[in-house]
Design a protein around this ligand. Structure first.
Ligand code: C2O
Ligand code: CU
Length: 486
């Protein structure tokens, strides 16, 4: 080869390398998030085929600050103090926890339907701040508890008061939405139950299932707990999965019904027996049964922890058949939206995938939404009163429990087929290669997080916001309050 040719090749190669470096460098540079930002400045507005907002910036602007709960005398007043504490599990193991009122889970809150609830959050010593989200309770936007979106994180010595009317009925939970991936795992969560005004005589028990200090805990225990229950007694177990991943639960020793999902009672739920009950992260199943004269046990297939109800000398019940599992898409009578579902004001497609690139300056194979990495993700925009459909498509190869704040959505189709029995959820497990259609009426004005509830996934960019046209927030992620909702 002659010298000139070699020189030309080297020059061309160098140029190409430089071009690639500039390209990658720019992608890296552009991906970096500023130290503080407003969530509304990010994301690409997606109008879902509906009208784009008018450009009249002066009229029709609402701040999330103006979307608060009702004033007036509260029926229930609760104080939750966030503080560090060492928690001792039944097994003797000690865990450095973050707690509400010194306990994990935080105190169970039970209110009556239509109560005006007032909860004051105090932060004693959680340096990075705390905020409380009422998961599944469709509260007014300002009460939603998302640091950097609906409020500033409450720093040590600070306080914040939440007020809302408990208009729903059922099983919900609360958890911190500041640094949530770490704070929820470490203990900042609890169960929130809204009971009917006249409480039935059932034994009604909430059972949050969590992985705490590496141990599975049912309620407060990392072992097998016995609980005597008289034969013939009606029992309602409110099981809440407060972990990041699906749990394969079982209830054995008796036929039972799934009475409610995500705080919505099912219609005509049939009897089930010996089936596996996969419960997605953040989801709730209310299980009902009549206590037999032998033992009944609640547990999950991945651990030894659980609760055994009934006589101490109860007969060991037959094991569950892990091959049959509960499927809400074909159970009971199914719900409708109460209106025809053939025309939607907006239809959004949210495709979850993976993509090589930079996420806030970090190179990697990151979660993507519609082919984009956070913060360039699609941001669905709606107007109050519209009928909305969201199609979730999952090509990421992993399971994602997708959660929408402030709304319940009706699951109407799976993998392109209408489900037999549509059911209401506030969180939906979207498995690898699955596709779901959910519908809802946009009735709760605000800026609402829509994210994966495998909370480390949310921290890695699987997050966007459903926004109502014209709503703004004065709060910022980062900044002086160190807001960091994920
Ligand atoms: Cu359970 Cu964004 O929350
Ligand atoms: Cu996920």
């Amino acid at each position: 080869m002659n010298r000139q040719l070699i020189r030309a090749l080297v020059a061309a190669g160098t140029l190409l390398l430089l071009a690639v470096l500039v390209f990658v460098g720019k992608a890296w540079y552009d991906s970096r998030l500023p130290e503080t930002y407003n969530v509304m400045e990010y994301g690409a507005p997606d109008y879902g085929g509906g009208p784009a907002p008018s450009h009249d910036h002066e009229r029709g602007r609402t701040s999330v600050r103006d979307l608060g709960g009702p004033t007036g005398v509260a029926d229930v007043r609760i104080e939750l103090t966030a503080r560090k504490a060492e928690i001792r599990l039944d097994s003797g193991e000690k865990v450095d926890a973050l707690t509400f009122n010194g306990q994990v889970p935080g105190p169970e809150i039970r209110v009556k339907r239509r109560d005006l609830v007032e909860v004051t959050l105090l932060n004693e010593d959680i340096d990075r701040g705390v905020a409380i989200h009422w998961h599944g309770v469709d509260v007014p936007n300002r009460e939603d508890g998302v640091a950097g979106v609906t409020q500033d994180a409450v720093l040590p010595g600070g306080r914040y008061t939440y007020r809302f009317r408990a208009d729903q009925l059922g099983t919900f939970w609360y958890h911190s939405h500041q640094d949530s991936a770490s704070q929820v795992a470490r203990g900042l969560y609890g169960v929130f139950v809204i009971e009917p005004r006249a409480r039935p005589a059932t034994l009604d028990l909430s059972v949050p299932v969590h992985t705490f200090g590496g141990k599975r805990v049912f309620g407060t225990s990392d072992g097998l707990v016995r609980r005597p229950v008289a034969a013939g007694r009606e029992v309602r177990l409110r099981v809440v999965n407060t972990d990041d991943v699906r749990r394969d639960l079982f209830l054995r020793g008796t036929p039972f019904r799934v009475l409610a999902i995500d705080g919505v009672d099912l219609k005509d739920p049939g009897l089930l027996e010996a089936v596996k009950l996969p419960l997605g992260a953040g989801g709730r199943y209310d299980l009902g049964f009549t206590m037999p004269s032998s033992a009944v046990s609640l547990g999950d297939l991945g651990s030894r922890a659980g609760i055994v109800f009934g006589p101490p000398a109860g007969v060991e019940s037959p094991p569950v058949d892990p091959a049959t599992q509960f499927d809400p898409a074909a159970y009971g009578a199914g719900w409708t939206n109460g209106e025809p579902l053939d025309r939607f004001d907006r239809h959004f497609t949210i495709e979850i995938g993976r993509k090589l690139g930079f996420l806030n300056g970090r190179p990697g194979y990151h979660w993507s939404l519609n082919g984009k990495l956070f913060p360039d993700v699609p941001m669905p925009v709606v107007r109050k009163g519209e009928l909305v459909k969201i199609t979730f498509v999952n090509h990421s190869g992993a399971l994602h429990p997708m959660h929408l704040h402030g709304h319940h959505v009706l699951v109407v189709s799976r993998n392109g087929e209408a489900v037999k029995t549509p059911w209401w959820v506030d969180i939906l497990d979207v498995g690898a290669d699955e596709r779901y259609d959910v519908v809802f009426r946009a009735s709760n004005t605000g800026i609402w997080m829509l994210h994966c509830h495998n909370l480390p996934h949310a921290g890695a960019g699987l997050v966007t916001h459903l926004t109502y046209d014209g709503v703004t927030t004065p709060f910022r992620v980062g900044g002086h309050a160190h807001n960091h909702p994920e």
